[in-house]
Write a protein that binds this ligand. Structure first.
Ligand code: PLP
Length: 634
């Protein structure tokens, strides 16, 4: 468990059972637990191939429950005389079955949606119930409209208010105000308007530039005051009801969140003082996920606070600012995406094979060997616990010299092979000495890298973990079985694409330090599958994945537990080759017809036999309806 830090990032959903398999408890500490390895085997027996993305909607439900419970506790702790309303930013994962599950599980809490574009607005309008009933109370569903807007977007959003939605148009650019004014007076629908503030509080980490003067979105304080004046001139200042900010995703430090809330609360207070009718304060997203389980803010893979600290700080800061100014507190809105959607998605993929470093025992050396080989042998013999740095440098130098000698034909191919074998033997001996040492220098770390195995995985990093490729985001990755066995290998993962960026060579470090450049893995066993899981991938990855090398969407299943086990609630088959080809404007039928013509020509020229041409066409036709990933027979 220590090796992969599962209790840090996995609690309460993922743990290891006695069989050495990962267990999933979709309802957290309650409910049925599933053996993930057995689940994957069962999926494969149903012809659901790997890679497969497994969604656990109950985890989604549990995340929503937890978020609301944290705000409920904070509200009663600080005697906050207002309420909390969550909205899910649909950009995080727009897939239909996920949104349906979210709407279903969000209903008891009247969870709303945040959209950032016209297509997202269209999903929201047709998926969310305009009026939600909870605890006998009817409430208009909150629909926050962010992003750049054209007339059609604004008109649709305004008309949606007639369905019962509490639709709020958050102004990103001052020009939007005039369009809102024109369309709302034409339709006779009073708008509810929000402004997104560019806070001066700097976010941290990869999304830290989401705020500040150079941020892409939002209005500066001066522009917000202009918006107030414009709305006054339309006699519509009472429409301005929401103040929004978003300082970036995955904010790893609670002090940054606190500072941002303090600044936003002060803006809220001041805008109220000049006559606006604000009653919502929308704190955006940013609630981070603990990907490495370290609970630190040392890198972007974790955070130094929990959900309760987050809710407490938001509620307390807003209350304090409003109390001091003696104004009514706002309804608090938050737009957490990552913190709600990440845990429910687990990606399972298999290892196709491995490439081991060429470690053979050192060759036997004859007395009349070439000097350079004898030097390497002596270096090898010299390495011991007290003396390894210098021999390492010698080994590198002798190896380089051996290659130069070979290039000038002073060394035969066999001699060069022996020299290289000796060099590898030096590295292996050194590695045994340094492998448990904490503080080794970068040069010696290089040895560990040299001796790392490459595990080939049935996956496209570009399709399934685009954030790892694009911004080096870390996700916890580990085998889902054989966890009673000590993993004796160190490996990196190379994906199916013909792109040297298509690899995973940075892994979470249990101590929250810099990422590790290897993953502890087991030696592969003949004809036995080796399954790896990539966890916490439910946010952003699916929609941002791309078709590099034409590896398409993976298979997706939704697993719902019941007291006696589970059922596969949904199965969304991954892209077939025909489907990915269609996305690049190829018609499968035309391709097949072209190939048929080529085979006819080849037959005429007697380049191919009839059985061969039939086999080629059959293969081609079968492949068209197959999965884009490799098919490993169960
Ligand atoms: N709200 C807005 C405006 C965003 O741009 C984002 C994403 O960056 C979010 C909410 C969701 O943020 P997170 O996933 O960190 O909760």
């Amino acid at each position: 468990e220590q090796t992969y830090q599962i209790e840090g990032w996995g609690d309460p959903y993922f743990s290891i059972n006695r069989a050495g398999h990962i267990t999933v408890s979709p309802q957290g500490d309650r409910g049925t637990s599933l053996d993930l390895y057995e689940l994957v085997e069962a999926l494969r027996k149903r012809n659901i191939g790997l890679p497969v993305l497994i969604r656990f909607p109950e985890i989604l439900a549990d995340r929503i429950e937890r978020l609301y419970a944290c705000f409920d506790r904070a509200i009663s702790r600080y005697n906050y005389p207002g309420t909390y309303r969550g909205v899910f930013p649909i950009k995080c994962n727009q897939h239909r079955h996920l949104v349906e599950a979210l709407v279903k599980h969000g209903k008891p809490h009247q969870l709303g949606l945040e959209v950032g574009s016209k297509p997202e607005l269209m999903i929201a309008l047709a998926s969310l119930n305009p009026i939600q009933i909870s605890k006998q109370e009817e409430e208009e569903s909150l629909l926050i409209c962010n992003g750049y807007k054209d007339r059609e977007y604004i008109e649709t959003a305004l008309l949606s208010r007639r369905l019962g939605y509490q639709t709020i148009l958050v102004v990103e650019q001052l020009e939007e105000l005039q369009i809102i004014q024109e369309i709302s007076s034409e339709l006779g629908i009073k708008p509810v308007i929000g402004v997104r503030a560019k806070l001066s509080t700097k976010g941290t980490g990869r999304w830290g530039t989401s705020t500040g003067d150079r941020a892409k979105f939002g209005l500066t304080i001066w522009q917000i005051l202009q918006a107030v004046e414009t709305l006054k001139s339309y006699h519509q200042l009472d429409s301005l009801q929401l103040l929004h900010f978003h300082i970036g995703s995955q904010v790893s430090s609670i002090s940054v969140i606190k500072e941002a809330i303090r600044e936003a609360a002060q803006i809220y207070v001041e805008l109220t003082a000049i006559g606006s009718n604000l009653n919502y304060l929308d704190v955006g997203g940013g609630l981070a996920v603990d990907y490495d389980g370290s609970k630190t803010n040392k890198n972007n893979a974790s955070k130094n606070y929990n959900m309760q600290n987050y809710a407490n700080d938001i509620v307390a800061e807003i209350k304090e600012a409003c109390d001091q100014a003696e104004i009514n507190v706002p309804t608090i809105v938050s737009e957490s995406g990552r913190a709600i959607a990440s845990h429910q998605g687990v990606l399972i993929f298999d290892v196709l094979g491995s490439n081991e470093p060429p470690l053979t025992p050192p060759p036997v050396i004859e007395a009349e060997e070439h000097l350079i080989i004898r030097n390497l042998w002596e270096t090898y013999a010299l390495i011991n616990e007290n003396n390894y740095q210098e021999p390492y440098h010698d080994a590198i130098q002798f190896k380089q010299e051996a290659i130069s000698l070979f290039n000038f034909s002073y060394l035969s191919l066999q001699e060069r092979a022996r020299a290289e074998q000796l060099y590898w033997a030096c590295c292996a001996k050194l590695f045994e000495i340094i492998k448990h040492q904490e503080n080794i220098n970068d040069e010696l770390k290089e040895i560990a890298n040299i001796l790392t195995s490459i595990y080939y995985i049935n996956l496209s990093v570009f399709q399934s973990a685009p954030d790892h490729w694009a911004i080096e985001q870390l996700f916890p990755i580990m085998p889902i079985h054989r966890l009673n066995e000590q993993p004796s290998k160190r490996g990196i993962l190379a994906d199916l694409t013909c792109d040297s960026d298509g690899k995973i060579s940075q892994f979470i470090n249990p101590k929250g330090q810099q990422p590790k450049d290897f993953l502890e893995l087991h030696p592969l066993e003949k004809k036995q599958p080796y399954y790896l899981g990539m966890f916490l991938v439910g946010a952003y990855q699916e929609i941002m994945g791309n078709l590099h090398n034409l590896f398409g969407d993976t298979n997706v299943v939704h697993i719902q537990t019941h007291p006696k086990g589970y059922q596969i609630e949904q199965f969304v088959r991954g892209d077939t080759i025909t489907e990915v080809l269609a996305q690049t404007q190829y018609s499968a039928e035309e391709l097949l017809e072209n190939l048929r013509r080529h085979t006819e020509q080849a037959l005429e020229r007697k380049l191919i036999s009839l059985p061969e041409s039939r086999r080629l066409l059959q293969n081609y036709e079968r492949s068209l309806s197959n999965y884009t990933y490799l098919n490993q027979e169960p």
